[in-house]
Design a protein around this ligand. Structure first.
Ligand code: HEM
Length: 225
């Protein structure tokens, strides 16, 4: 095999999105579960999570090739084969999400959108923290959204824990390090296969998409008074 070549895999915005999301979602799960620790920040950080999700969905349309939403939807049979490859410790190198990971990312994005979305319409039992759109619906619809917010939070925790366990399974069992590429954006191409081309979007486009996301979510959340 040739000397491994260092190539770019993740653009700046996917990485900024990922670590901002990981920090804010961890905060949301801690403050939501304890019901008191930093709970007065639960609404604001939840709105930041919503802004990140809107950003990622827009980046999934105009962003880099391997961040596009259609790149996440791979053949489900390939996703199953990929899990088999992991089991056999014969993982192919990929310049993007693998066939199984793509679906896992979509699932996380959907659960996060449901979680942040329902949060806008509900309040806690003591009404200390009220979502920006609390009161928009009748009591019974608000109750339903409240229950969804609680049940979805449990599901989300399981999915996030499985996500982190899988990343470490790739590292320790599958001998594939996905973590450092998500930090600095590059990976070693340890394969004789030709390097797949990926079109990377310019960083300034990401800055514009971020501003658009802040404008949309900030407007709905009432950040501008
Ligand atoms: C609350 C915590 C977390 C959430 C909500 C989360 C969510 C996500 C999401 C949505 C993606 C897809 C990124 C994209 O395409 O835009 C992703 C990818 C990834 N995450 Fe996380 N993450 C969390 C924590 C972590 C932690 C703690 C690690 C490392 C120890 C990690 C490692 C990774 C890696 C390596 C990928 C890329 C996987 C691949 O190569 O396909 N994540 N995560």
């Amino acid at each position: 095999m040739n000397k491994p070549e260092l190539i770019k895999i993740w653009d700046l915005w996917v990485r900024v999105f990922h670590w901002s999301l990981a920090i804010s979602v961890t905060f949301m799960l801690v403050s939501g579960n304890t019901g008191w620790m930093f709970f007065d920040w639960h609404r604001t950080v939840g709105e930041v999570v919503m802004m990140l999700i809107v950003f990622r969905l827009l980046w999934g349309v105009v962003g880099s090739g391997n961040a596009r939403l259609f790149a996440l939807c791979r053949n489900p049979l390939k996703a199953l084969n990929h899990l088999g490859d992991l089991f056999k410790r014969r993982l192919p190198v990929e310049r993007g999400h693998n066939a199984a990971g793509g679906w896992a990312v979509l699932l996380m994005l959907i659960l996060l959108a449901v979680q942040a979305g329902t949060g806008f319409f509900i309040a806690d039992e003591d009404e200390l923290v009220e979502g920006a759109l609390y009161g928009s619906f009748s009591g019974s619809v608000t109750d339903l959204l409240y229950r969804i917010h609680y049940m979805n939070a449990d599901l989300l925790q399981i999915v996030v824990i499985v996500h982190v366990i899988m990343v470490f399974t790739y590292l320790l069992y599958g001998r594939q390090n996905l973590i450092t590429p998500m930090i600095h954006g590059s990976m070693k191409w340890l394969s004789d296969r030709a390097i797949p081309p990926v079109t990377f979007q310019a960083n300034w486009v990401g800055a514009v998409v971020l501003l658009v996301s802040v404008a949309i979510v900030g407007y709905v959340a009432g950040w501008y008074g």
